[in-house]
Design a protein around this ligand. Structure first.
Ligand code: NAD
Length: 499
């Protein structure tokens, strides 16, 4: 039976997209666009393309609220009280938000509701940052010399108007990771979700709009790349926080130059999962690494170790267990509890990934399984059967470029030094994982890998620890105190006590 997501959309009463600017919802008479569901390519919602005009309105509202409004001057306790209801409302609406996220990007509903990308995850991110509000402290400094009676201290002040541009793969979590610390620090915000995932973010905006924020503190514009570019280059924006591809990250970097915007760029990766001969279990490691590429978001996660760097002695066993893992993959209606995996986000991305699979074959890698598209009832969606490549070397395109889909490449190594060299021989440096039971090796290799974070025997980011990348994986860190630093400027004040 073919899948249709329209009944769920109708049951949830999804209405055409609006913009939220200066404390009010605006129906949009201007240009509009359609968002399709990746499992079926049905049109799910009609959204406003804010464009330059909509962005101008939103930034003007955020600018006014920052420069003239009470938000940034508000006592910590008051700011916290205004934001506090968001946490409870997110918990209350968690099922609907998870449904909307599944209607947006096709992540199976069970994952949408339970995993870190859930609304409960977003609520805990807001909760975490609300806890920081009364702890955003500066420093005092000991007197440096007897020559004067000057005393120095620092304050952390909100960075200003923030443009937050989101990727599509985890809209609830990404929204929370940007909006919660920005508001906690006293910034005003203009958010732009990905053009592929508007419904969950529109609902989040309704939840934020229901609290007693002064008008203009929180604004939402929707639209595609042009709307994002208008926000990223707007002279009224002080900081851009962006999650997305390195290609767009580069454009944002260039666009930010005119007024020296502050930037946080959370970009892509080509992380290595290094499997040493002393790994606790080859079966478990292969199941995990293949599972990250084949289930949940089907490899469409920035930190996915898409290069399995496996000790040569383990390769056959690794491939055997990866093949077993893939047998458990089920495509289908994302609301069916049996469905394990998401389709890829668009027809364009599906064609791009199939192109990578073709290039792998042409460059001499061995396609062990997958890499084709299922037919029948699934042919209307953007599905790709999870692929495993063997005999990959690090010069091949499939080993160098971020595919962002269900493709795992196995690269064999002989020595620890070689494994480190392969892992570091990449334009990217986001994450990675080391599988070993040797603590000294784990420490040595973790220190030697050039990445923003690395796991030992498992990898997962958490809202209260920094996450981010080196090299083409980005600039800055998100998580815990790092985000407070990212949404504040340090001001040094000195007092002359002899005056
Ligand atoms: P993308 O770069 O195509 O789009 C991201 C956002 O940028 C969208 O909102 C889009 O509309 C906007 N945009 C497009 N052109 C723009 C421009 N010229 N100026 C400003 N904004 C513009 O990325 P995507 O396909 O949505 O997401 C996938 C990418 O995101 C992958 O590379 C993935 O690794 C990365 N990602 C990184 C993290 C992280 O934490 N490091 C997390 C999730 C996703």
């Amino acid at each position: 039976m073919s899948i249709s997501l329209a009944p769920m959309r109708d049951e949830l009463g999804v209405r055409p997209g609006r913009l939220f600017i200066a404390g009010a919802w605006h129906e949009w008479e201007g240009e509009r666009f359609h968002q399709r569901h990746p499992a079926t390519n049905e049109i799910m919602i009609d959204c406003a393309e804010a464009g330059t005009y909509g962005v101008d309105l939103a930034v003007a509202a955020a600018r006014k609220a920052f420069d003239e409004g009470p938000w940034r001057r508000m006592a910590a306790d008051d700011r916290k009280r205004v934001l506090q209801p968001i946490v409870e409302r997110l918990y209350k609406a968690e099922k609907e938000l998870a449904q909307l996220q599944t209607l947006d990007n096709g992540v199976p509903f069970t994952f949408s509701r339970q995993s870190r990308v859930s609304a409960k995850g977003a609520a805990s991110v807001f909760d975490h940052y609300l806890g920081w509000i009364d702890k955003i402290t500066g420093e005092t400094f000991p007197q440096f010399s007897d020559a004067s009676n000057m005393h120095y201290m620092t304050f952390r002040e909100p960075v200003g108007v923030v443009g937050a541009i989101l990727a599509w793969n985890a809209p609830l979590l990404t929204f929370a990771m940007k909006v919660a610390p920005a508001l906690a620090c006293g910034c005003t915000v203009v958010v732009k979700p990905s053009e592929y995932t508007n419904m969950a973010v529109l609902k989040l905006a309704e939840i934020v709009a229901e609290c007693d924020l002064p008008p203009g503190v929180f604004n939402l514009v929707t639209g595609a790349g042009g709307t994002g570019a208008a926000l990223a280059s707007h002279p009224g924006v002080d900081k851009v926080t962006f999650t997305g591809s390195p290609a767009v990250g580069e454009k944002i970097l260039l666009a930010s130059g005119a007024n020296m915007k502050r930037l946080s760029l959370e970009l892509g990766g080509k992380s290595a999962g290094i499997v040493f001969p002393d790994t606790r279990s080859v079966a478990a490691t292969a199941t995990t690494l293949m599972g990250l590429c084949s289930t949940f978001l089907s490899g469409q996660v920035c930190s996915t170790p898409s290069r399995a760097v496996v000790h040569r002695s383990l390769v056959d066993e690794f491939v055997h267990h990866a093949r077993e893992q893939v047998k458990s993959v089920r495509f289908g209606d994302p609301f069916d509890p049996a469905t394990t995996s998401a389709p890829v986000i668009s027809r364009l991305q599906q064609a791009r990934i199939l192109g990578y699979i073709e290039s792998g074959k042409q460059e001499g890698a061995e396609l062990v399984f997958g890499g084709d598209t299922p037919g029948g009832d699934l042919s209307g969606g953007n599905w790709i059967n999870p692929a495993l490549f063997l005999n990959v070397n690090n010069k091949m395109k499939i080993a160098r470029e971020e595919i962002f889909g269900p493709v795992l490449s196995v690269i064999a190594f002989d020595t620890e030094e070689e494994a480190i060299r392969i892992a570091n021989d990449s334009e990217y440096g986001l994450a990675g994982c080391i599988y070993t039971t040797d603590v000294s090796r784990a420490f040595r290799v973790a220190r030697a890998i050039r990445s923003g974070s690395i796991g030992v025997n498992a990898y997962a980011s958490t809202p209260n620890a920094p996450m981010g990348g080196v090299k083409r994986s980005g600039i800055g860190r998100e998580g815990g105190w790092s985000s407070i630093e990212a949404f504040t400027e340090l001001k040094t004040i000195n007092f002359n006590l002899d005056a």
